[in-house]
Design a protein around this ligand. Structure first.
Ligand SMILES: Cc1cc2nc3c(=O)[nH]c(=O)nc-3n(C[C@H](O)[C@H](O)[C@H](O)COP(=O)(O)OP(=O)(O)OC[C@H]3O[C@@H](n4cnc5c(N)ncnc54)[C@H](O)[C@@H]3O)c2cc1C
Length: 395
C-alpha cells in the first residue's frame, strides 16, 4: 500500500539533497526527502569544509599541463562558471538561510615548495584566468607577509581571494531546516530499496516503512548513486572513494587563509576555535562501497608530514581526531559531477558530485531544483548531463 505521496522525492539527506530540497520548496514544490540513516552523517558531514575556487594543483598537472583540447576548454568553461558562482553564493548563504555556517572567506593559497612548482602554478593561473578564475602569483616576500606562519622553505603560492571554508556540520542541517520551514517533509531512517517506474509516468519507491508515490525523483545518494540509478535501469559511472580528514588540538590563531599544496595532497585550515583541519584527498579504508570507512595509518602519517612541511608549528600540536567517509568521483576530467535527467529514465534526476560537492552545493542544489521543476537552469550544466557522462568513467 502506498503510504505517502509527493511531487518530488529527494533520495539522500546529505548537503546536495538538502540544498535541492530547499530550492524545490522555495519554488513551491511539494517535496519529500528520504534518508536511509541520519542527515549529514556521510560525505557531507565528514567533509574538510574547504571552499575551493582555483583548480587544485595536482589536478592541473594531471589533466591540463600538457595542453588543453577544444573539448577540455568547453568543460573548463562550464566548470569554472560553477565554481565562480558557488563562491558568490557562499558570501551570502548565512544570510539567506538565516544560520551561522562558520563561513570564513579569507582567501586560499596553493603553495609551491620549489621554483619548478611555482612555475607550474603560474601556468595554471594563466590557464584559469580567461575562464574567470583570478589567482595572483605570490613570491616569497608576499607569501610571508600574508601568512608568516608558513614554512620559510616555500617558493611561493597562487592566491585566490574568493576561497575559504565553512563548517560542514552546520550547512546541510541549515538547508534542511530552511526547507522544512518552507513546507518540505523529510523521513530519516528510511532507505530506498527499490524503485518501480509507472507506465503513465512517475514512480513507486519501496522503503521499509512503506511505499512512496513520487512524480519525480532527485537522486542525491552520494556513494550509493550507482546502485540507486540501477533501480531505474541507468548505468552511471560513479565510483565511491574512501577519504580521510584529521584535526589537531586547539592553538592560538595563526592562519587565516585556506592552504593547499600545488603538488602534494594537502588542504589545511584553522577553524575559528583554533583547531587545524587537515585533508587533501588522502585515502581511507573501506570494506565495500556501501560500508563505513575508517582512517588509514599510512594516510595519517603521510598527511601529517605534508602539513608539517608547510606549517612547521603543527609539529607541536597533537592530532585529536581522524575520520573518513566515501566521496564520489565520476570521470577523471570531470571536477563537477553528474547533474540532470536521463532520456532513458524520464522523471529521474541525478545529482552527484565529483569530489568537491561541499563547495558546489549552493549552485548544484539550485540547478537540480530548477531542472526537476522544468525551469531553464540559471547556470549551464549540459556538460554534466547523465548521457554525456555515461561511458566516460569506465576504466
Ligand atoms: C573525507 C572527505 C572530505 C571532503 N572534503 C571536502 C572539502 O573540503 N570540500 C569540498 O568541497 N568537498 C569535500 N568532500 C566532498 C564532499 O563532502 C561531497 O562531494 C559532498 O558532501 C557530497 O554530498 P552528497 O549529499 O552528494 O553526499 P552524502 O553526504 O554522502 O549524502 C548522500 C546521502 O544519501 C543517503 N543514501 C544513500 N543511499 C540511500 C538509500 N538507498 N536510501 C536513502 N538514502 C540513501 C546516505 O545515507 C547519505 O546521507 C569531502 C569528502 C570526504 C569523504
Amino acid at each position: 500500500m502506498t503510504v505517502e505521496r509527493t511531487d518530488v522525492l529527494v533520495i539522500g539527506g546529505g548537503v546536495l539533497g538538502c540544498a535541492t530540497a530547499y530550492h524545490l520548496a522555495r519554488r513551491g514544490r511539494d517535496v519529500l526527502v528520504v534518508e536511509r540513516g541520519q542527515s549529514n552523517r556521510e560525505a557531507s558531514g565528514a567533509s574538510a569544509g574547504t571552499l575551493h575556487v582555483q583548480m587544485p594543483g595536482p589536478y592541473f598537472r594531471a589533466h591540463y599541463d600538457q595542453g588543453v583540447s577544444v573539448g577540455d576548454r568547453a568543460r573548463l568553461a562550464a566548470t569554472d562558471q560553477l565554481y565562480a558562482e558557488a563562491a558568490r553564493r557562499w558570501r551570502t548563504l548565512e544570510a539567506v538561510l538565516g544560520a551561522d555556517l562558520g563561513v570564513r572567506l579569507h582567501g586560499g593559497l596553493t603553495v609551491a615548495e620549489t621554483a619548478e612548482g611555482l612555475a607550474a602554478l603560474e601556468r595554471k593561473s594563466r590557464l584559469e584566468r580567461p575562464f574567470g578564475i583570478q589567482t595572483e602569483i605570490l613570491g616569497v616576500p608576499d607569501l610571508r607577509a600574508m601568512a608568516p606562519c608558513l614554512s620559510a622553505r616555500l617558493a611561493g603560492a597562487a592566491y585566490c581571494a574568493e576561497e575559504g571554508f565553512a563548517n560542514p556540520l552546520l550547512v546541510a542541517p541549515a538547508y534542511l531546516r530552511a526547507a522544512s520551514s518552507l513546507g518540505a517533509r523529510y523521513r530519516l531512517d528510511t532507505r530506498v530499496d527499490a524503485i518501480e517506474s509507472r507506465a503513465g509516468g512517475g514512480f513507486v519507491v519501496h522503503t521499509p516503512p512503506g511505499r512512496i508515490g513520487a512524480g519525480r525523483i532527485v537522486c542525491a545518494a552520494g556513494a550509493q548513486t550507482e546502485a540507486i540509478a540501477a533501480m531505474v535501469g541507468l548505468d552511471l559511472p560513479v565510483q565511491p572513494h574512501p577519504l580521510q580528514v584529521m584535526a589537531t588540538e586547539r592553538c592560538a590563531p595563526v592562519l587565516s587563509p585556506l592552504v593547499q599544496h600545488g603538488e602534494r595532497r594537502l588542504s589545511l585550515r584553522q577553524t575559528p576555535h583554533g583547531t587545524f583541519v587537515i585533508g587533501g584527498g588522502w585515502p581511507a579504508l573501506t570494506g565495500d562501497a556501501t560500508g563505513p570507512s575508517s582512517p588509514m595509518a599510512g594516510s595519517i602519517t603521510g598527511s601529517a608530514r605534508v602539513a608539517v612541511d608547510v606549517l612547521p608549528c603543527l609539529q607541536r600540536l597533537r592530532l585529536v581526531r581522524a575520520w573518513a567517509a566515501l566521496t564520489t568521483a565520476t570521470s577523471p576530467g570531470n571536477r563537477v559531477g553528474i547533474i540532470g535527467q536521463s532520456g532513458r529514465a524520464p522523471g529521474f534526476f541525478v545529482l552527484v558530485s565529483s569530489g568537491w560537492g561541499f563547495t558546489l552545493s549552493p549552485v548544484l542544489g539550485e540547478v537540480a531544483a530548477e531542472l526537476a521543476s522544468d525551469a531553464v537552469p540559471s547556470l549551464r550544466v549540459e556538460a554534466f548531463e547523465p548521457e554525456r557522462c555515461v561511458g566516460e568513467g569506465r576504466g
